[in-house]
Design a protein around this ligand. Structure first.
Ligand code: 21W
Length: 215
């Protein structure tokens, strides 16, 4: 999977994608992540990317020229859909993530800042708008990271045997499913004991206990 991310804050992405599972997926060439600084495409003498809203009102709007040029450039590198991370978008769910992961080999993620982007870019260059939940963030960068994370972990071989999603409760059904409680060593922590059955070696009894203790 190839991701191209359009943002005015490309540095935000570096640390998260350079750790753990996604770092390993990049090293194994299972995913490619390219960030593009929208500001570099600004033809304004001060590299401005925002302007006042026509009709008045609070806040600034991302001006169309840098967005248009950035998207047109990225479209030569990535043939996938342009997904605008937007509070007005369809809320992301595991079934949506599964659709993206199976349908596309390339995806373009557009991150907004300020009050959002000029409507003419949405009308002409955006294929789909996705939100990550019903709460207000400062921009689309965290949502884009969520997209990359959730889509990438469904690609075969991104997760090791250890983290395999074939057994996890999320991929077994579309919505949140119950999980049994997890414990690890030590067997006693600050006086709290691990349920004895879990170290009994009796797999039938362990299954029974786990079924009975779903949360
Ligand atoms: C948020 C821009 C709200 C404009 C009410 C109170 C991308 C996002 C974003 C943002 C407004 C996503 C206002 C879940 C999100 C994003 C920035 C509207 C301000 N309205 N998913 N304050 N939540 N957010 N105006 O915020 O770009 S995906």
């Amino acid at each position: 999977m190839r991701f191209d991310i359009l943002t005015i804050f490309p540095e935000i992405f570096n640390s998260y994608f350079e750790e753990s599972i996604l770092k390993r997926a990049k090293e194994k060439n299972l995913i490619e992540i390219h960030t593009h600084d929208i500001r570099k495409f600004s033809k304004d003498k001060h590299k401005k990317v925002d302007d006042m809203p026509f009709g008045g009102g609070a806040g600034m709007v991302m001006t169309p020229q840098p967005l248009y040029d950035a998207i047109e450039h990225v479209k030569t590198l990535n043939k996938g859909p342009v997904i605008y991370m937007s509070p007005q978008g369809k809320v992301l769910s595991q079934s949506k993530v599964e659709k993206f992961s199976s349908k596309y080999k390339e995806i373009i993620l557009l991150c907004g800042r300020y009050e959002g982007i000029d409507q003419r870019i949405r009308d002409t260059l955006v294929d789909e708008e996705i939100s990550v939940g019903k709460y207000v963030l400062t921009g689309g960068e965290l949502p884009a990271m969520i997209m990359v994370d959730a889509i990438s972990r469904l690609i075969p071989e991104v997760l090791g045997k250890q983290e395999s999603h074939l057994e996890d409760s999320f991929s077994l059904s579309l919505d949140r499913k119950k999980e049994y409680p997890h414990y690890t060593r030590p067997a006693v922590f600050k006086g709290m004991k691990v349920p004895e059955v879990l170290s009994s070696g009796n797999h039938k009894e362990i299954e029974k206990w786990r079924k009975k203790n779903l949360k």
